[in-house]
Design a binder for this molecule. Structure first.
Ligand code: ASN
Length: 294
């Protein structure tokens, strides 16, 4: 059993290594809004939280995807250690990888492809493990990355084409190294993942799975940024464009450029590096789905 203080110390080292990595590469660290009129709807079953805000409703950030798109469009390369709230179902506790409040290392780069940011993610994971390992003795990590397309994964594991890869399948997909799953089909992900122009059946996006059954490490991709396309996709996916009005207005103004990026759950990364049983052990004040706590 690893003591809580040691876990939090490892988390400090992860954050130090992350900040150093991005500063050396001229990324600007930004702070995420906690409340906004618009937030990420692509939550794989979790609900968005909202608060009463002077008699109106405001959303609590589920991911800062839209804000980082705008920030990267203006500043080029940005990252953030961003708080997220997602109201997960109580059953999700069983997965040992869901909290209703967590932090993400969020990254977004203007005029980049999903391949470019996958490379950044690989370098970042290698750098974090190397630097944390200089501070504290860690087990051996295999820092190789394999890649499968979504198509290859569904045919290998018998998942119905078009479905998200279920959480409990992530263990089976996991190998003794990191595994990329790329190019999800249109309709299976948030409307903000960019459709490939030449082959509209797939999205220019990815997930990354940790080695040894530790589940999802990251997700990301290139973003849709053209007003008409985004509006159409919102409607196609059965959402209400009115819920995204402020974001759509910004898109229409042309302020948002082509960008790509990814997010890494900080508590999941801490869990993976420390080899913890559950993500609940990777933070001081865990918000367990459905449990009222301090
Ligand atoms: N942070 C993720 C990304 O950059 C989005 C998410 O958390 N849903 O794509």
């Amino acid at each position: 059993m690893i003591a809580k203080k040691e876990v939090i110390t490892v988390q400090n080292y992860i954050l130090d290594a992350t900040r150093r990595f991005f500063r050396e590469r001229d990324f600007l660290e930004i702070q995420s809004p906690i409340i906004s009129s618009v937030t990420d709807p692509g939550l794989r079953g979790a609900e968005i939280a909202s608060i009463d805000y002077y008699g109106e409703r405001m959303k609590v950030t589920s991911s800062m995807i839209f804000h980082k798109q705008l920030a990267a469009s203006v500043y080029g390369k940005v990252f953030s250690i961003s708080p997220n709230v997602r109201l997960e179902s109580k059953e999700r506790r069983e997965t040992k990888k869901h909290l209703s409040e967590f932090r993400q290392i969020e990254v977004e780069v203007a005029f980049s492809s999903y391949r470019d940011v996958m490379k950044i993610a690989e370098d970042l994971f290698r750098e974090i493990i190397k630097n944390v390992g200089k501070k504290i003795k860690l087990r051996e990590f295999n820092m190789d990355f394999k890649e499968y397309s979504y198509k290859e994964i569904v045919s290998k594991y018998g998942i119905e084409y078009g479905e998200e890869i279920p959480c409990d399948m992530e263990k089976e997909v996991s190998e003794d190294c990191f595994v990329w799953i790329t190019e999800y089909p249109y309709g299976s992900r948030g409307f903000y993942d960019k459709t490939d122009e030449k082959n509209p059946e797939f999205l220019r996006d990815f997930d990354l799975i940790y080695p040894d059954g530790f589940g999802e490490a990251s997700s990301g991709g290139e973003r849709e940024y053209e007003y008409e396309k985004v509006r159409k996709k919102i409607i196609d996916l059965g959402l209400d464009p009115e819920d995204f009005r402020d974001y759509l207005d910004i898109l229409r103004s042309g302020k948002i450029k082509p960008t790509a990026g990814f997010g890494i759950g900080l508590e999941r990364l801490t869990r993976f590096i420390c080899g913890l049983e559950s993500v609940e052990e990777a933070t001081l004040f865990p918000k367990v789905p459905g449990v009222i706590s301090f």
